[in-house]
Design a protein around this ligand. Structure first.
Ligand code: AQP
Length: 331
């Protein structure tokens, strides 16, 4: 089983990223052959970004993944822009990607309204680059949060269309979306997902937040009318906190409802805050130890890129031949 997933170097990672994606990456190391994870810096250029800060954000995210439990000898961890096969394959996959499909992508619609100066073609092509990321490794499984479901469906269509047009070269991947915590919601507006770009700081818990910040944010999280700790469409705030606690404790949401049904909202929030703070504390501590050593982080990324390139370049040989790109193969 080959596993691939990418994560953007967008600065501090939040609890949604952690529960929806990062902890699945850690678990994937036991099953992946190999498990391949990329810090997708090229994706970060699809919206307004700070070129001066991007290299250090890559190190932030690398250190965060290592702190969470990725081990470079049990997985491949690399920076996307170090493996140029991604950009070449992105262009080639454009030939089997429908413009209309890209127009229907929720992320493009949401993010294009956030752009003030320029809605870039890069933002529009983001899902094709994401398809190239995964298909270059002929990965079978893509661990992601629920917000990426549509992009994985599109990459499956792209792979199927490619294989139908040029022969069976690519693997059609499946998403792996966690049963609990696939969509952690914003603490201040629990009808929207917790998001790096769209949430205010009060709506997000960062993985490196200290206990005081976590307690403060969860205490002031928006709750719903009524007083019962139970899930329901009329209770998006409490439902989100039940899901968070269930994910942190690795139990079902029903179990949380049963345990806390007699508690008032305020006490429940304190219980969630304590559990989240205890859950993230070891990651925060380890992050603090790993982040300063940029030379070691760079060495990890470079080694990972070499191993990644060996796999991706193999796929590209087959893709180029199938598509008739480049000099014909000697007979
Ligand atoms: N709220 C979430 N709940 C569960 N999973 C989530 N993911 C993102 N938000 C949630 C998953 O995290 C992984 C990495 O996402 P990314 O590379 O897009 O990183 P980001 O840009 O910092 O994350 P956001 O918050 O998704 O940014 P916005 O919304 O601003 O673009 C992915 O697997 C994603 O599913």
């Amino acid at each position: 089983m080959r596993i691939f997933s990418g994560i953007q170097p967008t600065g501090r990672k939040h609890l949604g990223n952690y529960i929806g994606a990062i902890r699945q990456y850690v678990e994937g190391q036991d099953r992946g052959d190999p498990a391949i994870y990329s810090i997708v810096d090229l994706h970060a250029t699809s919206v307004d970004y700070d070129p001066g800060a991007l290299p250090s954000y890559v190190y932030d995210t690398t250190a965060m993944l290592l702190a969470a439990g990725l081990e470079p000898d049990r997985c491949i961890l690399f920076r996307q822009s170090d493996v140029q096969e991604h950009t070449e394959l992105c262009w080639l996959l454009c030939s089997v990607t429908a413009h209309g499909d890209l127009n229907r992508m929720h992320q493009f619609k949401d993010k294009s309204t956030q752009q003030r100066e320029l809605i870039s073609a890069g933002l529009f092509l983001y899902p094709v680059l994401m398809a190239a990321d995964v298909l270059a490794y002929r990965a079978h499984e893509v661990p992601v949060g629920d917000d990426q479901r549509q992009h994985v469906e599109l990459m499956r269509d792209i792979a199927e269309r490619f294989n139908a047009a040029y022969g069976e070269v690519l693997v059609v991947p499946e998403h792996r979306i966690p049963a609990v915590g696939a969509r952690i919601m914003d603490l201040q507006d629990p009808t929207r997902k917790m998001s790096t770009t769209a949430s205010e700081e009060r709506g997000l818990i960062f993985v490196d937040d200290d206990e005081e910040a976590i307690v403060k944010k969860l205490r002031s999280a928006v709750t719903d009318s009524g007083s019962e700790v139970r899930r329901g469409e009329d209770k998006p705030g409490i439902t989100n906190m039940i899901d968070i606690l269930a994910a942190v404790r690795a139990v079902g949401a029903d179990e949380i409802e049963r345990e806390f049904c007699d508690l008032r909202y305020g006490d429940f929030k304190v219980a969630v805050a304590e559990a989240v703070a205890g859950y993230l504390a070891p990651v925060r501590e380890r992050y603090g130890q790993l982040r300063p050593d940029e030379a070691a982080l760079e060495a990890t990324l470079r080694e990972g890129a070499e191993r990644a390139r060996a796999i991706a370049s193999d796929t590209m040989v087959d893709v180029r031949v199938a598509m008739g790109i480049g000099a014909p193969r000697p007979t």
